[in-house]
Write a protein that binds this ligand. Sequence first.
Ligand SMILES: *Cc1c(COP(=O)(O)O)cnc(C)c1O
Length: 400
Amino acid sequence: MKFTDFGIDKEIIDVANSLSFDFSEIDSIAESNQLKILKAFHDNKISEAHLQGTNGYGYNDIGRDAVDRVFAQVFGAEDALVRYNFINGTHAISTAITAVLRPNDVLLSFGKPYDTLNEVMHSLSEFNINYVELSLEDDLLSSIKSHNPKAVFIQKSKGYQDRKSFSSSELNELCDKIKKEYPSVCIIIDNCYGELTELEEPNHADLIAGSLIKNLGGGIAQTGGYIVGKSDLINKCADRLCSVGIGKEAGATFNANREILQGLFNAPLVVNQAVKGAIFCAKLFEQFGYKTNPAGNKKRFDLIQSVKLSNPNEVVSFCQGVQTAGAIDSFVNLAPWTMPGYDCEVVMASGSFVAGSSMELSADAPIKPPYIVYFQGGLSFTQCKLGAMLALNNIIHPRQ
Ligand SMILES: *Cc1c(COP(=O)(O)O)cnc(C)c1O
């Protein structure tokens, strides 16, 4: 079977075939991360017993404890809290924030956090916690001096903003600078979409959090999130997620340990496929005159690819193409809708095995200028190629 069998224009296929890629660095990142994860499995002697879960109170769940140790080792962190009970990344990140801050503390955010965290940040005032948001142009060190924050929050990925994503080494250097002058400031990093895209993680921070239905779930974990970092702070996070006095000691896991371990094992491979997919999408659209961020020849620090389109029809056509490439719900016709929390209509393409998983191929966009659409995820490079080509095909040959 060939791409032509999906009704893609020959011109698009010819251009796609003429694109050149050098995936050697991306493949060596995947290799290094796969070995790092395997080493963590070996060093922690992961065995069949760890794949079993518990019920009831979930005391003595050796699988749950092993999952935490494996994640901690992969991140080079002291400890981890990996739980399917985290609903998503927002929940894991907000748990980290609220675990650390106390009344009269200040939280300083370096840059605007992801949309879903807005309400979290603004609710802090109910607890007499002061929230201060800097722009990325502000001088972080002098702001720390003037605001004396308990914690600094930084988002690695650009998410849905028009900026560069931070590399792990940029973040680690920034953490080192902060720690040198202000050793007691707690640095919390939103690592969503960034995991395993580089050789290193931003592990000079005190707490790093993310979702298991993105990169680290490897397309296998069905729900959940993680926090890794300093062990005293991880204990506070566990108290916050569960209850003081329970912390990391209890919590049934059912079948989650197996999925989380298998997902982590799988993650370097699927991240590799998704990064290749994002690069393919960028290069293909660039050939047809579209602006992309990051550009197809740029290094990647996360999975998000944005493409600037020209009008609402192109946005819907793009997302419809990605929807048509899905393994699930490929036949669905997308329509823009006004989602709660948005000030305009949005359109979302997602045909995933795990509901809403953006580790799987997906695309979304608000229907408003500058008409930027976000393309992300994909468990298989071939499927990403199909999605990008169908997206372009729909734009060039709009359906009536
Ligand atoms: C996805 C994401 C989050 C959290 O989103 P959830 O849907 O709650 O998992 C936070 N920050 C960034 C940068 C993200 O990409």
